[in-house]
Design a protein around this ligand. Structure first.
Ligand code: CIR
Length: 260
């Protein structure tokens, strides 16, 4: 049974959202449209069983709407705050820490010289994959693996620094359920994934590999019809959400919430 979530931490984009980091050339995001898309995303979380913990927008951190990167949670077991790999995002963890304390009294921390963005972590039941990326270093991955081990989760590290077009591991692989992943072509044959059923994200639709399972549905980005058909054929229920403004800032569906 895939984890069921009852809570999601979210944070609307700040007015200076367009000043955040990005590696893609999709144009400047429209912050009002981003706010509308964010509200629709929050509505979908609520419709699918989550109570929201809504952090206030903070223009000191233009990337702070991407809350998922700042912490990892094992529902009912524990939480760990990350140490984001981009200096401009380092301070984002404080608000997340305050949000998690009522739920997880003993939240732990990734510490220097480790860096870790939780977008690099793909959890599948009692397994986890940790991407070593341009944000997450080997020491961050080592600290997180040790934390997972203390919670009976077995972690495997995957170096994604040579893979073009993905910022984080989860830009290229998502768990659809405990047995099945959706994976971009460049990661499809990775030995770490061979024991899973895998769906290869269609060519040209790689962005849609960053979807997110929320209780009984898969949130998937609007505009990727081949991916939608594949998932529907496998009998998943979909919530299709417009992500155009977040995609311009390298953000996907998973990074807009921290679910537990
Ligand atoms: C960044 O570069 O950090 C943000 N603009 C995007 C972060 C997206 N996070 C994620 O995919 N987990």
């Amino acid at each position: 049974m895939f984890s069921r979530f009852s809570t999601a931490v979210v944070r609307p984009p700040a007015r200076n959202f367009a000043n955040g980091l990005t590696t893609v050339a999709l144009g400047v995001p429209d912050v009002d449209l981003a706010l509308t898309q964010h509200a629709a995303y929050c509505g979908a979380l609520v419709r699918n069983g989550c109570t929201l913990v809504e952090l206030l927008p903070d223009d000191r951190y233009p990337d702070s709407t991407f809350v998922e990167d700042t912490a990892l949670v094992l529902p009912d077991r524990g939480a760990i705050l990350t140490r984001p790999g981009a200096q401009s995002r380092a301070g984002e963890v404080h608000a997340m820490h305050d949000a998690l304390i009522p739920f997880f009294l003993n939240a732990e921390h990734i510490v220097a010289p480790g860096t870790l963005d939780a977008g690099d972590v793909c959890e599948v039941g009692a397994r986890a994959f940790i991407g070593v990326s341009h944000r997450t270093n080997s020491e961050g991955a080592r600290q997180l693996s040790a934390w997972f081990a203390r919670h009976d989760v077995s972690a495997t590290t995957i170096d994604i620094r040579g893979i073009d077009g993905i910022l984080h591991l989860k830009s290229g692989v998502t768990a659809l359920d405990e047995h099945r992943l959706i994976v971009i072509d460049a990661l499809y044959d990775h030995p770490a994934f061979r024991t899973f059923d895998r769906v290869c994200s269609p060519r040209g639709e790689e962005y849609a590999a960053n979807c997110v399972r929320v209780n009984d549905v898969i949130f998937v980005a609007h505009g990727y019809p081949q991916t939608h058909r594949l998932l529907l054929a496998l009998r998943y229920r979909l919530e299709v959400l417009d992500m155009s403004e977040f995609a311009k800032m390298d953000g996907g569906l998973s990074c807009l919430s921290l679910r537990f």
